[in-house]
Design a protein around this ligand. Structure first.
Ligand SMILES: *[C@@H]1O[C@H](CO)[C@@H](O)[C@H](O)[C@H]1NC(C)=O
Length: 335
């Protein structure tokens, strides 16, 4: 092998090694597909790797273009280089110096399907189009219905939690969530659920009262761009302490019976003594006297002849009451 040939061979070897190292170093990580809501925004996550040490943003030029046509640029730092249909709608959110090539497409149109690919140009090193890792967008012309979760049973006076959530791909302008109960506090959070998908959720906590039984609770999601979707749920509030009502009724009935029984018992006891007394003397005389007294009492308001026998009507009424309780309640009354 001549010197010339040896030199050529070495040069080729170096080229192969260099190319292998470079292709390993130049890398863009993107998600291959994203579901996107028309009229809203979509953020395409992108992570970049380039050879050499970290460079300032200004030393790297980031470009996004259509996979099919490299000259159809959807993002370029020089806006005149951007295809008309994407002018003013794209923004590089990531810092290229931090190896972040994340792109936002706003006011998404029905035909923004892509696939879109990233291209990095570092004047001092090289240029690279990452056409093997591109992002395709699948369009949704209408938003999905939000998901509403709530506790199985709502009880009067017991704080209840409601959760309304929706998936989206526009983290730079996340959707807002409103509830039909405007005077209640709700907390909103936006969570990365990976691969370019996000979930925004609102937690509502309020104390339901009977007043809300059979009313609707609405959760409305408003997307960036103006589209809305909502979900509603019929609230059923269980009355508190059905148990307490039962206890109160039982206590009332028991109390009344005890009071009545007590009165009966006292009266019976008192008159048992008196009757034993009377019987021991002359029962028949007393009985006839009693009936006379009670007859007289019935006559007395008109005749007015029984002024001295004031105690008698009371006695007669009591005897009648005791006889009545004796018959109706089996009171141990001796009559
Ligand atoms: C890239 O930039 C976006 C937008 O600023 C940010 O949300 C994301 O977390 C960044 N990614 C990384 C890996 O730092």
């Amino acid at each position: 092998m001549g010197t010339h040939a040896r030199f050529l061979f070495c040069w080729l070897c170096l080229q192969v090694i260099f190319a292998t190292v470079l292709s390993d170093v130049w890398k863009a990580e993107v998600v291959s597909e994203l579901k996107t809501l028309v009229s809203s925004c979509v953020v395409l996550p992108c992570k970049l790797q380039y050879p050499g040490k970290q460079l300032p943003d200004s030393r790297i030029r980031g470009i996004w273009h259509q996979q099919a046509k490299h000259d159809q640029r959807i993002y370029h730092e020089d806006s005149t280089e951007i295809a008309d249909s994407f002018k003013g709608r794209t923004r590089l959110l990531g810092h290229l110096g931090e190896k972040n090539c994340t792109l936002e497409i706003d006011e998404v149109k029905n035909h923004d399907n892509g696939p879109f690919c990233f291209r990095a140009e570092i004047p001092s090193i090289d240029k690279y189009s990452f056409v093997e890792s591109c992002v395709a967008l699948s369009m949704m012309s209408a938003p999905e219905k939000p998901k509403l979760e709530q506790m199985k049973t709502l009880e009067d006076g017991v704080p209840a939690t409601f959760k309304c959530s929706i998936r989206h791909t526009c983290p730079s302008h996340p959707p807002t969530i409103t509830w039909s109960r405007s005077n209640s506090e709700a907390t909103l959070s936006n969570r990365d659920i990976l691969h370019g998908n996000w979930e925004v959720e609102s937690l509502l906590i309020f104390i339901p009262t009977e007043k809300f039984d059979f009313t609707d609770l609405n959760c409305t999601v408003s997307f960036h761009g103006g589209l809305q979707s909502s979900v509603s749920s019929l609230i059923h509030v269980k009355r508190k302490a059905n148990f307490l009502h039962i206890i109160i009724s039982v206590v009332a009935v028991l109390g009344t019976s005890l009071l009545f029984g007590g009165v009966c018992y006292i009266i019976c006891k008192k008159y048992r003594r008196q009757t034993q007394d009377l019987q021991s003397r002359n029962a028949s005389v007393i009985w006839s006297r009693m009936s006379r007294m009670s007859q007289r009492f019935r006559k007395s308001p008109r005749s007015g002849e029984d002024e001295p026998d004031h105690k008698v009507p009371w006695l007669s009424v009591t005897i009648k009451f005791c006889l009545f309780t004796h018959h109706s309640l089996c009171c141990p009354c001796p009559f």
